[in-house]
Design a protein around this ligand. Structure first.
Ligand code: FMN
Length: 394
């Protein structure tokens, strides 16, 4: 199994990820990993914190001379801001005055502040928000980049783009995955629709001026997956369920769709399902079967069907507002306005990078489950054997 855990507080010394189950012999492109981290930090609408942190992954174990060993991979992403926060966040011997100055007492509606402080019996909400902060997703982004490197070995690629910011929707139905990737990577808001992008940025500016925030929707496309990942046979093996759990576990993501998703509920069956054809050229990965539509988003019965996988995620607006909402001071229990931390106005472009990472992790996990192996060589042989077998037996 390709599994991982992360650790680290937002203003702590570093973020850590431990990743287990990566096959031996996978070449690790350090620059690719750092480029994914840089993408997570950029995008129109992000706050000042991103200018402080320029993330860089340091590898502590599991890699030797540029390739994985098959042992756990430990990754550290140092927090550049640490030196300014040591007196507040040090594991031992913090400075009382500094801790008091940074204490948070007025929970932000929409954040983990109140529920977390009550649950863990903390009197300083900082003890919750430091870990609840989406800074943690830098660690998941690094893990996702390694997952992508594994998928690249099997010619499976991922693209992610922004399809909605607040009221502004993009129109990309005529673009293929390659065009979407190229156009969205060039866009400051990671939107492949050049006419919608400026409207999205304008909507973010307007929200910021009003002391408000905005959410939106991102789409991830997985190109060239083989038929047969996941399974109908047990609930927790269903590929769509696994994508939904992983994507929903990204902070602020409140809805996940596979393929046409919510829209399918408005259609008749004859309009909703993707008819089946055979003798598709270059369709060895689905034994020659193909579809001319892809409303299922590449998953039927919890199993990949060989079409591109499409996962969409909707992010709520950021909970920290320039004009804070009403709240209650947890010391006095008197009405107060919510705390204000340095914050993003809109992090939907960044969320596209994170959702791509967690989809990559689930894809890598499903690939390992089906084609397993302790080394990349073994996994490649298993993959080739399976493709040969499904092609022959049909
Ligand atoms: C990339 C990214 C950046 C975020 N930046 C902020 C931020 O600057 N301020 C904030 O209050 N919330 C931010 N959030 C959202 C919170 O992390 C999230 O709403 C909070 O942890 C509560 O979790 P929930 O929304 O899933 O309930 C961000 C989320 C993501 C994915």
């Amino acid at each position: 199994m390709f599994r991982h855990l992360t650790a680290g507080e937002s203003h702590g010394r570093a973020l850590i990820a431990i990743l287990e189950g990566v096959p031996a012999g996978l070449p690790i492109d350090h620059q690719f990993i750092d480029s994914r981290l840089a993408s997570r930090q950029s995008g129109y609408g992000r706050g000042a914190r991103m200018k402080i942190e320029q993330d860089h992954a340091e590898f502590l174990s599991g890699i030797r001379d540029g390739a994985t060993l098959g042992s756990p991979v430990a990754i550290m992403i140092p927090n550049k801001d640490w030196e300014n926060w040591q007196k507040v966040m040090a594991p031992f011997e913090t400075e009382a005055a500094a801790v008091r100055a940074k204490a948070v007492m007025r929970p932000r509606p929409g954040h983990a502040d109140l529920a977390g402080a009550l649950k863990y019996m903390h009197t300083d909400i900082r003890n919750v928000l430091e870990r609840a902060s989406a800074r943690e997703t830098a660690a998941r982004t690094a893990v996702g980049a390694i997952a992508e490197l594994l998928l690249h070995e099997f010619d499976i690629t991922l693209a992610a783009h922004v399809i909605r910011i607040g009221p502004v929707a993009a129109e990309t139905s005529r673009l293929n995955a390659k065009q979407i990737l190229m156009r969205s990577e060039k866009s400051p808001i990671r939107c492949a629709d050049a006419s919608a992008a400026p409207k999205m940025m304008h909507a973010i500016d307007e929200a910021g001026t009003a002391g408000d925030t905005l959410g939106g929707t991102v789409e991830v496309l997985v190109t060239n997956p083989p038929v047969g990942l996941g399974s109908h046979a047990q609930w927790d093996r269903r590929l769509d369920g696994r994508f939904a759990a992983a994507v929903m576990a990204v902070p602020a993501i409140k809805a996940v769709e596979i393929g046409a998703g919510v829209a399918l509920g408005h259609l008749r069956g004859s309009q909703a399902h993707d008819e089946i054809f055979h003798k598709g050229r270059n369709r060895r990965r689905s034994a020659g079967y193909y579809r001319t539509t892809n409303r299922a988003g590449g998953v039927e019965g919890g199993i990949s069907n060989g079409e591109d996988i499409i996962v969409r995620a909707t992010m709520k607006p950021i909970p920290t507002l320039g004009k804070p909402l009403r709240s209650v001071d947890i010391r006095t229990r008197k009405p107060a306005t919510a705390a204000m931390e340095r914050s993003d106005i809109c992090a939907v472009p960044a969320a596209s990078v994170i959702v791509r990472a967690v989809v990559a992790i689930e894809m890598a996990n499903a690939m390992m489950e089906k084609f397993g192996g302790d080394s990349l060589r073994e996994m490649r042989a298993n993959f080739a054997n399976y493709i040969r077998a499904i092609t022959k037996s049909r």
